[in-house]
Design a protein. Structure first.
Lengths: 244, 271
């Protein structure tokens, strides 16, 4: 079964075509890495999966449900199975870091307050922020905000985790720890869709890969497919050693 | 050859475009308000958020409202005395002040003060959440952002406005008494009796309850402008300023309509 499926999805903002006839399949339990230069539609692809953006044409299926036809409560029910790490973390700045992580638990579970706090603390510990439960997001560095955002995205142990540049702004050691956490999450059965420029991370985490160029899927396949590709952009990406 | 545009034609064109844009904005605000009314009926009701906003809008506005009310009471009393003592009608000062304050000055001033303090806050807060993707983050967490952010604020402000109006009326009457007592040494009991000698329940009820509409309008306008914020921090500032301007304008205009309706439905109020 596919966790996510795109059928000929196109999206235009104003006069700019951001996605052009994208089709892809992400099997359940796999990690799919979306690569490409800045502004090629990677984040917009993630936003389509969680229904924050609707395609102009084509269909998006999540766990074989066509979410382009859903709205309101039905869409919310689908979203409850997903976690989303935004590119800039998008933490709720009126809440402490701990409350940010506890927020989805308070909204969608009946766990008692003590259990919510305990679980939120455990999620923060996973990303190395257990000492920052009471800290306000404004007092965190960019990298710490990113980790807090990841903890919130994983708060309800989602079936599908969407992460937008998880290691951007992190030091190499923390980035490696986040990679390990994502691999562990994948091994627990979570489907991972990751936008990244960090090829070493992608090599560690990814099962499937897609490279976007000017809104079109340039190549879609396994690590071997990409390594063997003679497309200059793909070669440039696969030979790079770092990035955010 | 392109048609020559005369300056007058360009001016008409520009004014027409601005008028159409304004009408479009009013339509969007009306749709926003209509959607809020429909969604307020359906669960979840978010009582914790509503209570939090009641505290923020009500309790935190109280010092401003009480100070303004007291000052208005003092000033109105001084002006009323200056006019009435020429006719030897000083005894009517408390009643005149109470009528002016309860029927119109209190509710309208409360509406304008709340437009400034709360309207600006709603526009800026929701606007900042929009440009920093926090609204998207709410949606991604399977929370209805419109209901969570807008409907809760609208309900809270509709509850808070009449309470703040009662506060401003009370502070105004106290202010009027202080000013009157300082000049004539009138007792509180006598002042109070005279103040309410010409006031009926209809006066208090209709004038206070019309501020529920003010609360609705302020929250809807600023909520809509917050949700449609773009262009980063500059856009947040603009949403905040426009919220105050539009909310104040709508409070004043709706007051005219509401007073006309009140006088039509409750003719005794004009007595």
């Amino acid at each position: 079964m596919n966790a996510v499926r795109f059928e000929h999805v196109s999206k235009t903002f104003g006069t700019r075509k951001v996605l052009d006839d994208i089709s892809l399949e992400i099997p359940t339990g796999q990690a799919f890495c979306l690569l490409g230069r800045s502004g090629t539609g990677k984040s917009v692809t993630l936003r389509h999966i969680i229904g924050l953006v609707r395609p102009d044409s084509g269909k998006v299926f999540v766990e074989e449900r066509d979410i382009t036809a859903l709205a309101g409560r039905e869409l919310a029910d689908v979203r409850k199975h997903m976690g989303f790490l935004f590119q800039n973390a998008a933490l709720f700045d009126s809440m402490s870091v701990g409350d940010n992580v506890a927020f989805p638990m308070r909204r969608h579970t009946t766990w008692p307050a003590a259990e919510v706090r305990e679980r939120a603390m455990a999620k923060l510990a996973d990303v190395g922020l257990e000492k920052d439960f009471e800290t306000m997001p404004g007092d965190l560095s960019g990298g710490m905000r990113k980790r807090a955002g990841l903890a919130r995205a994983m708060a309800l142990d989602p079936a599908i985790l969407l992460v937008d540049e998880p290691s951007a702004g992190l030091d190499p050691i923390t980035a490696h720890e986040i990679d390990e956490l994502l691999v562990k999450t994948k091994q627990g059965g979570t489907t991972l869709v990751m936008v990244t420029h960090n090829i070493p991370s992608a090599r560690v985490i990814g099962d499937g890969f897609g490279v976007l160029q000017d809104g079109r899927m340039l190549i879609n396949g396994t690590l071997e497919t990409l390594d063997a590709s003679d497309e200059p952009l793909v070669q440039a990406f696969m030979c790079s050693q770092g990035g955010g | 050859m392109p048609p020559i545009q005369l300056p007058r034609v360009r001016l008409v064109d520009r004014v027409g475009t601005d008028v159409l844009r304004f009408l479009e904005l009013l339509g969007a605000i009306a749709t926003f308000g209509g959607r809020a009314m429909v969604e307020a009926v359906w669960p979840p009701y978010e009582p914790r958020e509503i209570l939090r906003h009641i505290y923020q809008f009500g309790y935190r506005s109280a010092p401003l409202i009480l100070t303004a009310g007291f000052a208005i009471g003092v000033v109105l009393s001084m002006h009323t005395r200056a006019s009435l003592e020429r006719f030897g009608a000083e005894a009517l000062i408390p009643a005149g002040l109470a009528i002016a304050l309860i029927r119109e000055t209190g509710p309208l001033t409360a509406g304008l003060l709340v437009s400034g303090r709360v309207g600006a806050g709603i526009g800026a807060e929701i606007g900042a959440m929009k440009v920093t993707e926090q609204i998207d983050a709410l949606e991604a967490t399977a929370v209805d952002a419109f209901k969570y952010l807008a409907v809760t604020r609208i309900i809270a402000l509709m509850i808070v406005m009449p309470l703040l109006t009662i506060m401003i009326d009370f502070a105004g009457i106290v202010g009027g008494y202080v000013a009157e007592a300082a000049v004539s040494g009138m007792s509180w009991q006598l002042y109070f009796e005279r103040a309410f000698s010409l006031i009926t329940y209809s006066d208090i009820l209709t004038a206070t309850l019309k501020t529920v509409v003010f609360g609705f309008l302020i929250a809807v306008v600023s909520g809509h402008l917050g949700f449609t914020t773009s262009r980063g921090t500059e856009g947040v500032g603009e949403s905040s300023t426009r919220s105050v301007v539009m909310a104040s304008m709508l409070v004043i205009l709706s007051d005219v309509v509401l007073v006309k309706m009140i006088l039509f439905l409750y003719p005794q109020v004009s007595g």
